[in-house]
Design a binder for this molecule. Structure first.
Ligand code: XIL
Length: 385
């Protein structure tokens, strides 16, 4: 009898533990617990609170958030020395309030650069929406180094200890694995990569840092990223991961192509982030790319599901997503995060890219914020992997 209370406590503890273990995941965040974080990409409607349905979806289903536009250079420093923090603050505060992993996108990118940033007359540039870009000549190398240092240092320091991960360089390579001839490369050569990583790390030593690009299934492209990771490592610079954007379409690339690239990155010892995932359900009559200046003409044939996705295409889409997710789960030791580019089909950039005005179905949640069949499959099965 003396032992009764002790016994009772043990019994209660065992029952509690058993019922915990039995608790089935109810959301994506729970389904991927212990494997990798699951991210959404937020536009202003979500973090400013006007799109409450999307905000509630992110709060409930996702464990990580990326800034869709508010941290890009043209938005955050549109004129030299003038930083506009309000939107980025709202984004970061949203993440802090709901305890999400926070991703900063991005520090170096040739697209959505501030118009003044690389050019001799840039310092005099006054931002007027719709105004034409400032054209070459570029500013001097010394001036560019100073501007780049200021931009990275100011942005990363401002959010020191609050942004968990910074995307340092985005889309710096061509598909053939050579450097993109961006102002960064044209002015500084390859050194801009190492300087960007050094300055980001100096501004927040605890932040994780990574390189990011699309079409990472192309061997020549991923091979150069492997070389760059090794070079960063040999210079003693912090690099935590390579981001594979994964803007997929309904046929390309194959899971095997993805996996081959993932294995090459993993062999360097850094992690893989899947950073901008979406899978277009629409026909793709053009070269696969996520270069945002690529645009193609609208024709009705390129927009076949205006009134809703056919059952057949929906099945194809869900099955194809499932085969990728099975691969992600298989490599959960290497993959640290899977982020979809957007929140729901309603606001996905794919409705406007690379053809304006189409109706696409690329994300995990539909226009009514409802999960696609594959999401229910994930929630029921992810923990079995
Ligand atoms: C896109 C945004 O989703 C759009 O809202 C914006 O108009 C253009 O940029 N690769 C990237 C992202 O790294 O920043 C791009 O985001 C999509 C392609």
């Amino acid at each position: 009898m003396k032992n009764f209370p002790k016994l009772l406590i043990v019994l209660l503890a065992v029952t509690a533990l058993a019922s915990c273990a039995d608790k089935k995941p109810a959301t994506l965040a729970e389904a991927f617990k212990g494997k990798f974080t699951i991210g959404a990409t937020l536009n202003k409607g979500v973090y400013s609170g006007t799109d409450t349905a999307a905000a509630n979806l992110v709060i409930r289903q996702f464990s990580s958030i990326t800034a869709e536009n508010c941290m890009k250079q043209e938005n955050i420093q549109p004129e030299k020395g003038k930083f506009y923090w309000d939107e980025a603050e709202a984004f970061v505060s949203f993440g802090e309030k709901y305890d999400k992993e926070i991703i900063g996108h991005n520090l170096v990118w040739h697209s959505q650069m501030a118009r003044w940033f690389a050019f001799e007359d840039g310092a005099k540039f006054e931002f007027i929406p719709g105004q034409r870009p400032v054209f070459p000549p570029y500013c001097s190398k010394e001036e560019f180094l100073e501007r780049m240092h200021d931009h990275i240092t100011t942005l990363v320091s401002h959010f020191k200890g609050r942004v968990d991960v910074w995307e340092v360089c985005n889309e710096i390579l061509e598909d053939d694995g050579t450097f993109r001839k961006s102002p960064y490369y044209n002015i500084l050569g390859e050194e801009f990569v190492y300087l960007a990583f050094q300055w980001a790390h100096e501004a927040d030593p605890d932040a994780r840092l990574y390189l990011n690009d699309y079409n990472m299934h192309i061997p020549a492209k991923v091979d150069t990223y492997v070389r760059l990771v090794k070079e960063l490592q040999s210079r003693g610079l912090r690099v935590d991961a390579v981001g594979m954007q994964e803007h997929l379409d309904i046929n390309n690339p194959t899971v095997e192509e993805f996996e081959t690239s993932l294995n090459k990155i993993a062999a360097t010892g850094v992690k893989v982030y899947i950073t901008e995932w979406d899978m277009s359900a629409l026909p793709n009559p053009y070269l696969m790319s996520a270069e945002i200046t690529n645009r193609f003409e609208y024709t009705p044939e390129t927009d076949p599901y205006k009134e809703g996705l056919s059952a057949e295409q929906s099945k194809l889409w869900n099955n194809r997503v499932q085969s990728f997710v099975e691969c992600y789960l298989k490599h959960a030791d290497v993959i640290d995060r899977w982020t979809q580019w957007g929140t729901t089909d309603a606001t996905s950039w794919k409705n406007g890219f690379p053809i304006h005005g189409r109706t696409d179905y690329p994300l995990l949640f539909d226009r009514a914020c409802q999960p696609k069949p594959v999401v229910n499959w994930i929630i029921a099965n992810a923990q079995k992997f």
